[in-house]
Design a protein around this ligand. Sequence first.
Ligand code: NDP
Ligand SMILES: N[C@@H](CC=O)C(=O)O
Length: 818
Amino acid sequence: MKVLKFGGTSLGSPENIKKVIAIVAKKSQNDQLIIVVSAFSGVTNQLQECSRLAEKGDENYKAQLDELINRHLEAVQDLLGAKAQSGLMAKVRLVLNEIEDILKGVFLIQELSNKTLDKVIGSGEVLSAFIVNEFFLQEGMKSNLINPLEFILTDSEFGKANVDMALTEEKIKPYFQNQKADVLVCPGFVSKDLYGNSTTLGRGGSDYTAALIAAALDAPELEIWTDVSGMMTANPKYVKQAFAIPQIDYEEAMELTHFGAKVLYPPSVHPVYKKGIPIYIKNTFEPDAEGTKIHEFPEPDSQSIKGISCIENIALFNLSGSSMVGIPYFSHRLFEALAQAKVSVILITQASSEHSICVAIDLEDVEKAKFAIEKAFSLEFKEEMLNPLYVETDLAIVALVSSQMKNQIGLSGKMFSVLGQNGINIKAIAQGSSEKNISAVIDKKQVKKALNTLHESFFLSDLKRVNLFIVGTGNVGQTLIDQLNQQSEYLKEHNQIDLRISGIANSRKMLFDLNGIPLENAVETLMEKGQKMDLEDFLLEMKALNLRNSIFIDNTAHEVVANTYAGVLESSISVVTPNKIACTGKFGDYKNLKNLALRYRSHFRFETNVGAGLPVINTLDDLIKSGDEVLGIQAVLSGSLNFIFNNYTGEGESFADVVKQAQVEGFTEPDPRIDLSGVDVKRKILILLRESGFEMELDDIDTIPFIPEKCMQAENVEKFFEAIAKEEAHFKKLVEEANAEGKKLKYVATFENGKANTGLEKVAPDSPLYNLEGKDNIVLFNTKRYPEQPLVIKGAGAGAAVTASGIFGDIIRIANAL
Ligand SMILES: NC(=O)C1=CN([C@@H]2O[C@H](COP(=O)(O)OP(=O)(O)OC[C@H]3O[C@@H](n4cnc5c(N)ncnc54)[C@H](OP(=O)(O)O)[C@@H]3O)[C@@H](O)[C@H]2O)C=CC1
Ligand SMILES: N[C@@H](CC=O)C(=O)O
């Protein structure tokens, strides 16, 4: 004999019921089957809603009831031929008429007791059992309808009655001995008290009916048929990568069901657990899927945890005050007050100082609980021995579940760390000494992010999804996207990192797509499907999406974009940027960004601010963190100026043409005046000095300009080019003077004796700067550890490809740290 329970969604429509019959027909060939059924999906809620409306004297209950009646009558018509219909219609109508009569009475007297409510809501299961049984008969099965009121006996706690286990077991055995049909159809959820009144077993109670029968009959197994392929590692509504857990032990299953896994009603595990009967969770719509087996000794697997659960709509009560310390019975009084108010406590934490105690309860119970606690401790509140009761609402609990926790070090550390890194604040934590569950109370709006973050961190086979929000799709931005496209499969395969562009913008358009904007034609997609760009809206949307592992990438040279970093970092979204403006504003602002990143566990990376893709800032960072001190710097930091002075001879192309070429090659700033004025180099040396620990401002750096003042006054880039073309003689003279001395022109940044300056210099052949080719940069650090022979970093220091790869490097470093 086998016991199978089919849930509401399995019976949600005539089509679904046909799927049920296929499963039952196959299984009934080998075993006698007891089929426990729930009400059709949504019916119990509808019956409850009708009852509430009737209680309020709201006539709308009739319309709802009519809808419900029609649904059942239509199911009869759809499933059954004319002959079977007539017999069944009478039975169905009888039940429906009874509900109609009861609700009419409720409507008239506007009173609804739990006892009456039980009578009404239990009828959903009775109706579905009638229909399913008749359908089985029509399909040629030897089926019989059985009545659980004959054997499931409870106390008179209407609404959620407690089963009298001993009596129920005693009744079940003889009842079923006399049942000879191949298939026995039994309504779940409904029961009877010792005085013959209808009771119900609590929402989800059909599982419980099935478990009670299976346990009493020592069935070899219990099958729970639902609409998912087993107990999932996390709620698939939130976590797309969730997968079915093949095997799990009873206690883990109870933890997961208690903490929100809705596939099984928590009390159902007990009766079968006691008898060691395995439970199978199966999917009616994918009957061949393996599902989940819940039993005593699951085979070990490689996962550190079994699943991640969550309960939403939680409130947290914090009771604190000096009068609690060392007083016995204090918590006893608190829990007694809550118990008397019928408030179930979901989670408890108490500081070891005994100064405060924190309990999490269902949001629905807040008023009841508040009233009960304030009454129980009225004296202490009045005498100010207790602080006013602190209640936080709109919270949720996320919990890691595994029986193996006690054998693993660092699980809770990892949990709290990954949540923290994603800006998810933990309000309370609890871990039972059985170490099967670590729970954290968080804001409800963070649930999706928390579940995904935890799932990625704890289920090793998963890819870590990193959400990129890119602003700026010009020279560098487009090249970065091309590199992301080229490398994305490699990163998935070798590094388990799934980089996706979740948002993209330039100065004209912006676009979001949670499934990822296609990397192969992201900018075309942006221009085609994007809406008008508004930076504020872009940021609002990015923050509202609240995606885990988010990185904001600023590929512009714009101050307005740089000014947004603080707000981005505060939202626990990391920032990567080649834009030098944020790091060269006021020292306090630069420092603030670094502090915000630390405080909100976000990352602020700007390796490409100096030397493009060269590892200048990371190297410097390592030196400083390991205790070294920068004593002096000599550097060529402008790729474009180095290119210009390497290519301008004073004899061939004009100076203006060589500058134009540097611009076309993508070495200059979007506005080349920033390079030629020396501002770009000034910014770079300032960043190096700040990163070295010097509190300096841009104005502290001396610059000797080499571009005639009138050129710099040109009102736009075009006019600037016209102006420098007119000054060809000036530039020619500079080069000829250097040549005459056997030297080369280099734009040099220097820091020595605590003073920094930048300017065009004639460098001699014995200088390490002399042979610097093309658009290369060179940085020589003299430090305490490198006092004579400097630490040298040299290589291409400008250009879209190297800059994009530097940005890419920053992204990967962040992704690895998340
Ligand atoms: N080139 C190099 O070698 C290096 C460059 N960098 C830095 O890289 C950054 C990008 O340079 P590059 O790609 O050459 O510049 P581009 O001018 O080619 O591209 C700039 C991009 O930013 C967009 N943009 C400008 N203002 C805004 C705004 N307010 N809101 C949204 N988007 C905006 C532009 O939009 P639209 O397309 O609509 O015009 C464009 O897509 C600069 O900060 C530069 O200093 C750093 C190291 C080396
Ligand atoms: N314009 C810069 C490139 C990026 O910083 C340069 O010429 O070096």
